[in-house]
Design a protein around this ligand. Structure first.
Ligand code: ZN
Ligand code: ZN
Length: 222
C-alpha cells in the first residue's frame, strides 16, 4: 500500500518530507529550515550595509549642494530607514501577513520572539535589537519546524530577506543547471544566488550540492 507523500508546507516548496523529518514531527523540509537560519544569520551584516547606506545619504543630503564631492544619492533611503526603524509599540503578531513593504526588521523578528517566548515559556534576549533577536531565534528554528505557524514564519523571513537584498541592491540571478533532476529526471534544475539549494521547477524538489554530486556519481556509474 502506498500513501500519499507528505509535503513541506512552506510556500514555493513542494519537497516531499523524508522519513527522518516526519519522525522528528517536522512540517517543513530541512532545506527550508536551513534557509530560515541563513536569513537570520545574515542580519548583522545586512544591518551594516543598510546603516551605511542611510548614513551616506544623510551626509550627502540636502545641504545646498554647492561644490564638494557630492555623490549621487542612494535610492530607497526611506525604505532603508523604515527597515531599520523602531518597531511600533504594542505591535501584534501579524498572523496573516497582510502588512507589506518596509516593515521594520525589529518588528518582524520581535513578534516571532514574543510568540515563541509565550509558547515555550522562555525569556527573550537581554537586549531588544535586531542582532540579538536574530541570534536568539536561530536555535529556535528546530522547534519552529514542528509548529503549524512555521509557514508564516518562513514567508515573513523570506519577505524580510528580499527587502534587505533589494535595498542593498545586490542583484539576485537565477540560472539553469544543465543536468537532470535526481528525482524526476527532467532538465528543470535551477540555482538562485544566495539560495543554498538547487531546485527543480518540475517536481519542486530541492537538493544540496552534495546530493547533486552523489547523484552525478550514481548516474556515471549506472
Ligand atoms: Zn521545504
Ligand atoms: Zn525534478
Amino acid at each position: 500500500m502506498t500513501t500519499a507523500p507528505t509535503l513541506c508546507i512552506t510556500e514555493r516548496c513542494t519537497r516531499e518530507l523524508r522519513d527522518w523529518e516526519l519522525d522528528a514531527a517536522m512540517l517543513i523540509c530541512r532545506p527550508c529550515h536551513d534557509q530560515m537560519r541563513q536569513w537570520l544569520q545574515q542580519i548583522p551584516a545586512a544591518l551594516t550595509v543598510l546603516r551605511d547606506g542611510s548614513m551616506q545619504r544623510e551626509r550627502t543630503g540636502d545641504t545646498g549642494g554647492r561644490g564638494g564631492t557630492r555623490t549621487a544619492p542612494l535610492p530607497g533611503r526611506l525604505d532603508t530607514l523604515n527597515l531599520i526603524g523602531p518597531a511600533a509599540s504594542g505591535t501584534v503578531h501579524d498572523l496573516y501577513g497582510d502588512q507589506i513593504g518596509g516593515r521594520p526588521i525589529i518588528d518582524t523578528l520581535g513578534s516571532w520572539v514574543r510568540l515563541i517566548c509565550e509558547e515555550r515559556r522562555l525569556n527573550g534576549p537581554a537586549h531588544w535589537t535586531e542582532t540579538e533577536l536574530a541570534a536568539w531565534l536561530i536555535p529556535q528554528m528546530g522547534f519552529a519546524t514542528t509548529q503549524a505557524w512555521v509557514s508564516d514564519l518562513h514567508r515573513e523571513l523570506f519577505d524580510m530577506s528580499c527587502e534587505i537584498r533589494g535595498i542593498a541592491r545586490i542583484d539576485i540571478h537565477t540560472k539553469p543547471i544543465n543536468r537532470p533532476c535526481p528525482r524526476c529526471g527532467d532538465l528543470n534544475l535551477q540555482k538562485t544566488d544566495h539560495d543554498l539549494y538547487t531546485r527543480c521547477t518540475g517536481c519542486g524538489s530541492a537538493f544540496t550540492q552534495n546530493e547533486l554530486n552523489d547523484d552525478a556519481i550514481r548516474r556515471a556509474a549506472a
